[in-house]
Write a protein that binds this ligand. Structure first.
Ligand code: ZN
Length: 177
């Protein structure tokens, strides 16, 4: 849309468009409200040359920080999201089957019977984890933590991308063209 330059009393020009014809426009320099001429008189105003910053030619859309934010955020969300679903953290293997079997085989039958008869109800028994169990726990913890971090990174990426999109949309609204 063509912009016209409405001279303000302060000497600055107020860019106005035909949609503002007959209405009010606020001077960007002094903040004063100026009356915009009616549509048929708009043509008498000077036509604003499109405000290309730093003399950049053409390019309707400039590459801005918001674009970079959207791209970076999207990439981060996609990459971290994909990675986080690319593996399943191993469950902790608390029972070393071979150890259990061999210890049962070695134990006197009456002890095994007693243990079995009392339904192995010694949940409060405290023993240090076997080496294999400790490794299993550490491995499981590692992958769970890794997956949590990847999910957090994906969420952060999505958030950044959203912020960028909102920024781009609101900037477009302010530009009004
Ligand atoms: Zn002014």
């Amino acid at each position: 849309m063509t912009s016209f330059l409405l001279p303000c009393g302060c000497g600055a020009d107020i860019p106005v468009t035909s949609s503002q014809a007959g209405g009010q426009a606020t001077c960007p320099a002094c903040g004063r409200e100026e009356q915009v001429p009616r549509l048929r008189d708009l043509g008498k105003l000077r036509v604003a040359t499109a405000p290309r910053e730093k003399g950049e030619a053409g390019a309707g859309q400039r590459w801005t920080g918001m674009h970079a934010l959207v791209l970076a955020g999207s990439l981060l969300a996609a990459a971290a999201g994909l990675l986080s679903v690319s593996f399943t953290p191993p469950e902790v293997n608390l029972y070393d089957d071979d150890t259990i079997k061999s210890s049962v085989m070695r134990a006197p039958t009456d002890e095994v019977y007693t243990a079995w008869a009392t339904r192995l109800s010694h949940a409060s028994v405290d023993r240090p984890p076997t080496e294999m169990e400790a490794k299993s726990m550490a491995r499981s913890d590692y992958y769970h933590t890794l997956r949590d971090r990847l999910r957090a990174a994906a969420a952060l990426g999505a958030l950044l991308a959203s912020v960028g999109v909102v920024g781009l949309l609101s900037k477009r609204k302010v530009d009004g063209r």
